[in-house]
Design a protein around this ligand. Structure first.
Ligand code: PLP
Length: 435
């Protein structure tokens, strides 16, 4: 007879089912050994829980995959910008990719000197944001238009601070991902077409306070076909060689982020994925002699987070079954925004019975759903569900729509679990309002 497994991996290496007793089908979901139901008892629902171990493992897997080339991992702050998450990745050597002055302030709040390893991407950097970045001494400005280059030239000259610049090129390659998170085609607002980029480098070289130092590219997010990265990098490398021939000192190639995760798999193959990605990025860069910058977001934190929610009510409209949960689209927007799929599992499993249902939130929008017509473990009112792979673009995309407070966030680290963001209360929400 096959020996029953003691635990069943749900998201490697951290999220798993652990059998509760020897003789039954009952099992509980744990994060690095800590029962998630126990965290709910302490901190309530909805609740974000993240695994430090998983985040560190992914940072290390990246570093290992790219060890053949000088590189810096600039974690993309917008994927999950909670301060303790930034601190966790900084402690394993990360720099940061920011897309606003606010994100740069977060990095500075986490650690003053961390700005040294910040790259600043964004199509609409304002002058105050440029001033903040110049004063913070960031590593690289990724410039996305001639007008923006002009504004940075003027601002850096006024402050008498040298601005290290790269042009973010638009390589016109398809990322083969959701249209809302695809950024590298000619029709998108992002980046500068390569012929125009050449002119921007010439202009930058004429400006006394701009220092040409890199070329950047970022073609989108949740990309699973790594050949798109190879295509983009091949075009970038051609440009780097041309620019160097013209006398520009190109030290950095910023390959952006965008590596996808499997929202359906167990993530057991993430080492392999990262290796395939590294292969695609590194091959075009062979013999180029550059310092590589990478901006991974989702691939670091996505699978490391779950959103825990309680079933408030069950109802049946005609023949359609709904589970109404206490998390809503304001807590996790991805299904409403991108029709994104998230696996949903029971926090405490007692049988193998299945039912088909829609999992919906309490927000007054038909788009407020987490799953539609999904086969789920049979559930009773009061049961807890875990929405998986909610670590990236979950809390960061949250809002107060319907005057709902944002969930608390908990970080599990070894045997410890601690609150890294308290549950938002009503008074937090109305603090800035006046009657
Ligand atoms: C969003 C973004 C990233 C991170 O993308 P992921 O898909 O989360 O890895 C990196 N760089 C830039 C410029 C971005 O806008």
């Amino acid at each position: 007879m096959k020996r029953a497994r003691k635990s069943e991996v749900v998201r490697a290496p951290s999220i798993a089912y652990r059998r509760m007793t020897r003789n039954t089908a009952s099992a509980e979901l744990v994060c690095d050994g800590i029962p998630l139901a126990q965290l709910v008892e302490r901190y309530g629902t909805p609740l974000y829980v993240y695994s430090s171990e998983m985040i560190r493992a992914r940072m290390k897997a990246f570093a290992r995959a790219f060890r053949s080339i000088p590189h810096t991992l600039c974690y993309s702050v917008k994927a999950n910008s909670t301060l303790a998450i930034l601190q966790l990745v900084e402690r394993v050597g990360a720099g940061f990719d920011v897309v606003s002055g606010g994100e740069l302030e977060r990095v500075g709040r986490m650690k003053k000197t961390a700005a040294r390893n910040v790259v600043f991407s964004c199509v609409g950097k304002t002058v105050p944001e440029m001033e903040l970045a110049l004063k913070s001494g960031i590593l690289l400005f990724n410039i996305e238009s001639a007008s923006e280059l002009g504004a940075l030239a003027a601002t850096s000259a006024r402050l008498r601070k040298i601005a290290p610049v790269a042009v973010r090129v638009n390589p016109d390659v398809s990322a083969k991902t959701h249209p809302y998170i695809s950024t590298g085609l000619q029709k998108h607002k992002f980046g500068v077409p390569i012929p125009e980029a050449r002119e921007l480098y010439a202009e930058a070289a004429r400006q006394p306070y701009l220092k040409v130092s890199g070329v950047s590219v970022h073609i989108g997010s949740q990309i699973s076909d790594v050949s798109s990265f190879a295509d983009a990098l091949t075009r970038v490398v051609d440009l780097v060689r041309d620019l160097r021939r013209l006398g520009h000192d190109i030290r950095y190639v910023d390959a952006g982020g965008g590596l996808g995760i499997s929202y359906e798999g167990t993530q057991a193959d993430f080492q392999e994925q990262i290796l395939a990605y590294a292969n695609a990025v590194l091959r075009p860069l062979k013999d180029l002699d550059v310092h590589l910058l990478l901006e991974p977001g989702r691939s670091i934190v996505g699978a490391a987070g779950v959103l825990l929610t309680r079933v408030i009510y069950k109802k049946t409209n005609n023949s359609k079954r709904f589970l109404i949960v206490d998390a809503g689209m304001n807590d996790l927007l991805r299904p409403a925004l991108y029709s994104a799929h998230h696996e949903i599992v029971a926090v405490q499993r007692s049988s193998s019975a299945i039912e088909v249902a829609d999992v919906v939130g309490p927000v007054c929008e038909t788009g407020d759903f987490f799953a539609r017509g999904r086969e789920l473990p049979a559930t009773r009112e009061g049961d807890l569900l875990a929405i998986l792979d909610a670590g990236a673009y979950g809390s960061a995309l949250g809002s107060n729509y319907n005057t709902r407070g944002r969930p608390a966030e908990v970080l599990v680290d070894g045997k410890q679990a601690r609150v890294i963001r308290k549950r938002e209360m009503f008074h937090d929400q109305v603090r800035l309002e006046r009657l």
